[in-house]
Every structure is written in C-alpha cells, then in structure tokens.
Design a protein around this ligand. Structure first.
Ligand SMILES: NC(=O)c1ccc[n+]([C@@H]2O[C@H](COP(=O)([O-])OP(=O)(O)OC[C@H]3O[C@@H](n4cnc5c(N)ncnc54)[C@H](O)[C@@H]3O)[C@@H](O)[C@H]2O)c1
Ligand SMILES: [Zn+2]
Length: 365
C-alpha cells in the first residue's frame, strides 16, 4: 500500500508519508507552526561543527522561538558511535530535557541518524524533527525513520525505526557543501534511478560534470522514489530492501575504510558497492552487459574509486556475513533487473562476491 501524496505550495512540494510530512523548499513556516502547536517544552538543536557554522545561523534567523539549547558534537562518520551518544544524552540531561521537549537534528545523515537515535531513546523517547543539510540526507537519510549508530566496523549496527514529526528540507543548505560531499549524496540519487526509474537514469547519465546540476530539481523525484518504497514497507520486511542496492558491499567498504587512514564517504562506498552489485545483477539475473558497462563506466568516471585490497577480501566477507538482510546461512542481496527495477532477497555466494570485487578491481586498473 502506498500512502504517497504530494501537494504543492509555491511550486514546492509537500510529501505525505503516513504519519509525517516532508516539506521541500518552503519549509520554515510549517516548522514554526509545528513548534508553536506543541507544549512550550525545551527546544534542542543537535549540530556538528560544520552545521553549527554553516546552517545554524539560517535556522536561528528563520525560527520564531529564540530559546534554543544547542548540542554540538564533532563532525563526521567516525563520531557516529555510542560514546558520542553518551555526550548527547548528558547534555540533554543537563539542559533539563524531558518528554515535552523537541529535538531538531540539523545536519547530514550522521546527525539525523545519531540525533534521532538519542532523541528516540532518551527518557523512553522525545519527539524530533529532521532538518537535513547534505544532499545525501535530503534525498535519503532523513526519510524512512531508520536511526542508529555504528558499532565498530558494523555500519548502523545499533539502532531502531522511529519516525520524526516532520522533515524540513531547505535546498539553500547545499550551497555550503563541498563538491565531494555533493558527489557522495549523488550516489543515492543514482541508486534511486537504478532501482525504480530507468528514465531518470537516462537523464542522470548525461551529467558528466556535477557543476551543471541543479540540485533542487533532483530532490523531489528522488524523494518520491524513497518515499514510495518506505511507505509500502516501513520496517524493511520486504520491498524496502530494494534501497539496499549497492549497500551490502558498499557498507563493508565503508566499514573497513572507516578504520583506515583514508575513510570513504558513504556515497563513495555505495558507488563501489553499486559497481560490484551491478556485476552480480548481470551475472546472476542477466542484466545486459551493455547496461553493466554503462553503469560501471559512469560510476568510475565520476567517483574515480581506488582498488580494493585483495588482502581485505576475507574481512569484507566477514562484514557481509553480518548484513541485516541475511536470513540464516543465506547472504541476501538486492540487485537490479531490468534496469529501473530492484529484485530483493537474491542469495549470493562468497565466491561470487569475491569475483564481483575482482571485476571492480580489473575495471579500474
Ligand atoms: N537513515 C537512513 O535511512 C540513512 C540512509 C542513508 C545514509 N544514512 C547515513 O547517513 C550518513 C551519511 O550522511 P552524510 O553524507 O550526510 O554525512 P555527514 O552527516 O557526515 O555530513 C557530511 C559532512 O558535511 C558536513 N555538512 C553537513 N551539512 C553541511 C552544510 N550544509 N554545509 C557544509 N558542511 C555540511 C558535515 O559536518 C560532515 O562533515 C551515514 O552515516 C549513513 O549511514 C542513513
Ligand atoms: Zn545509503
């Protein structure tokens, strides 16, 4: 069942997601209304060092409430773990937060996932809203209610499903984002097209230089795909697994790189994962080789990935064995075939995973 409905105010869409709405563009009036409609509890804003500097001034300017408690944590995936949560919970406690409080997560996917997790668990749950500030979090991470933190190399190993009261997307936040971060977020835009919209893939593959892209225009089509999928399957029992295309091997690459001196951004790791998993889609499901070549060469051109260290292959397999999609002894992947449609629950042997990584290495050599 799909709850998706869109309306437009000033050409900016509001996307209904069952219990909450995603406001794209004209988001400040609805956020102020939501805050005003609640009991006058504490208003906490979780930021990292970068969003404190680049995004908090605009939030302060736009919010009618002035009495904000700011909780600031260091930026980056390497701080997305339980020790940082302890610091956040302590600051919530010090600020006198309780269940009448509202948390605003102002940041990328790390702040959204970790701030949401802290809010959803503090005193058995405080309300929160997502104000995503990276492309990746605007098109993907802020929607769907998945919250959590990493556990060692196990990406998002600890967490829960809990929806925000609303998602408020201000495209202007993207102006301060680095080209590398924009490109990382774009991997999820590409993924959405490959799993659900072949016509969109045809449009995207013409972008050879991301400077040409009008990011605001890409937000809504991508959000609609994400929303259609999560609305049909909020707890990832079935159809939602489609969103994991590129993420099984991608998460392993991200997890391993996290522990190295050269960490990969989430989208960069997903680009690697999509190349390997497109090869698996070709090998196991018969995705035509010209499409495999088109997708792989586009991703290689754009992301210029480094080879995967063969000595790490066993560690990749160990991480993939922990993947949340697996059932019993079967390692299950979300693949694509035909292009624009995902096929979930595809068993893949360790041998083929290694072959897909060898394909990747040979492609970029
Ligand atoms: N919950 C989900 O469904 C879901 C989906 C996809 C990804 N994720 C998670 O999202 C995370 C990645 O998200 P991300 O790429 O947004 O990472 P991020 O939150 O680390 O943000 C990337 C960098 O950009 C900075 N930044 C954020 N907004 C900025 C702005 N407007 N201007 C300048 N700098 C800014 C941040 O401080 C950080 O250094 C991963 O942890 C991933 O697991 C979650
Ligand atoms: Zn992702």
């Amino acid at each position: 069942m799909c709850y998706l409905r869109t309306t437009h105010i000033c050409n900016m869409p509001i996307i209904d997601v069952g219990t909450y709405q995603v406001h794209v563009g004209d988001c400040w009036a609805p956020l102020n209304q939501l805050i005003a409609s609640r009991p006058q509890g504490k208003l906490l804003v979780i930021v990292d060092g970068n969003t404190r500097r680049h995004c908090l001034p605009l939030l302060r300017q736009k919010l009618e409430r002035r009495d904000l408690t700011i909780i600031s944590v260091p930026a980056g995936e390497s701080f997305k773990h339980i020790d940082t949560c302890t610091r956040i919970w302590q600051q919530m406690l010090d600020a006198g937060a309780d269940r009448s409080s509202l948390v605003i997560n102002l940041g990328g996917g790390v702040i959204g996932d970790m701030g949401g997790f802290c809010a959803a668990t503090f005193k058995r749950g405080m309300d929160f809203v997502q104000v995503p500030t990276t492309l990746l979090s605007q098109v993907d991470a802020s929607i769907g209610g998945k919250l959590g933190v990493d556990f060692g190399a196990l990406k998002n190993g600890i967490g829960l499903f809990c929806n925000p009261l609303g998602v408020f997307i201000e495209p202007a936040f993207l102006l301060s984002l680095s080209p590398r971060e924009l490109r990382s977020g774009y991997a999820e835009v590409i993924k959405h097209s490959l799993i659900a919209d072949a016509a969109q893939w045809e449009r995207l593959r013409r972008f050879t230089n991301l400077d040409q892209v009008n990011w605001s225009e890409l937000l809504t089509p991508s959000l609609l795909i994400k929303q259609q999928i999560v609305s049909a399957d909020p707890f990832e029992k079935g159809a939602r697994k489609a969103l994991n295309f590129g993420h099984t091997i991608g998460h392993a690459a991200e997890g391993l790189a996290l522990q190295s001196l050269d960490p990969l951004l989430h989208g960069e790791a997903v680009a690697v994962g999509m190349i390997c998993e497109t090869w698996l889609s070709h090998r196991l499901l018969g995705l035509p080789s010209d499409q495999l070549n088109d997708i792989s060469s586009y991703l290689v051109r754009l992301y210029k990935p480094k080879p995967l260290d063969k000595n790490d292959f066993p560690a990749y397999l160990e991480l993939i064995a922990q993947d949340k999609k697996n059932e019993g002894d079967e390692w299950l992947f979300s693949l694509i075939h035909p292009l624009g449609r995902a096929v979930i629950n595809q068993p893949v042997s360790p041998q083929l995973i290694v072959e897909s990584m060898a394909y990747f290495n040979q492609l970029i050599s």
